[in-house]
Design a protein around this ligand. Structure first.
Ligand code: HEM
Length: 197
């Protein structure tokens, strides 16, 4: 099963659990509070002005994810350019070997796909969040996605996850919050399909 459909399933299960707990309240036992989705906790469907596209509106949940994704991409590009031992250079080499408009278009596409992916799988139901890229196994297999330079190890994954965590911190999600823990749990659920060596 594709990992994103698995995540979507868990959102649906949470939603149906919420409906059951509402309809099954005859014994006066208070229904346990249902936890809002990560997307809702990041601002949900509230429409706000899009700071990067003048005159356009965007859901706050999607905007929050886009900010985290773009900060994380900035940290990854800096890592790749650092020449430090164990950097992520080999993985992103095809993308960064591109030049000019091609590279910026593809990085913008990656940003958009990552924003869709996170929004769609954490409770963002608006069609604008629909993810239409490769599944996580194919996206991270160089044989299926030539833009993935080499397979990722578990250590690479931990490093990547650290950048996403730092990007979340930089955008107002502190490490000691339940929201941060819940986001890390979603990231951890993707380690198995993405790590392929
Ligand atoms: C939290 C974990 C991760 C998530 C959610 C994630 C998600 C994604 C998504 C949604 C795509 C786009 C697929 C498409 O456009 O069809 C992608 C592509 C890619 N990912 Fe990941 N990824 C993760 C971890 C990693 C790691 C650990 C590496 C390498 C160390 C990596 C390297 C890449 C590369 C090189 C691409 C290809 C870029 C492109 O096609 O534009 N990713 N990833």
């Amino acid at each position: 099963m594709k990992i994103y459909s698995k995540l979507t399933l868990s959102v649906l299960l949470a939603a149906s659990a919420a409906m059951i707990s509402c309809s099954n309240n005859d014994d006066e036992t208070p229904a346990p509070p249902v936890k809002a989705s990560i997307y809702e906790r990041l601002g949900g469907t509230k429409m706000v002005a899009d700071p990067d596209n003048s005159g356009q509106m965007i859901e706050q949940g999607r905007l929050s994810f886009r900010k985290v994704v773009n900060s994380a991409i900035g940290l990854i590009v800096a890592d790749v350019q650092s020449n430090a031992a164990g950097n992520l250079q080999a993985h992103f080499a095809p993308l960064l070997a591109e030049t000019g408009t091609t590279q910026s278009t593809n990085i913008a596409k990656l940003s958009d796909n990552l924003t869709d992916f996170f929004s769609f799988n954490t409770g963002g139901t608006n069609a604008v969040n629909t993810y239409s890229g490769l599944n996580m196994v194919a996206a991270h297999d160089p044989a299926k996605n030539p833009r993935m330079g080499t397979k990722s190890s578990s250590a690479d994954y931990t490093k990547f996850e650290g950048y996403v965590g730092a990007a979340a911190n930089a955008n107002g999600v502190a490490s000691n919050t339940e929201l941060y823990t819940d986001i890390v749990a979603v990231l951890e659920s993707l380690r198995t399909p993405i790590v392929q060596k």
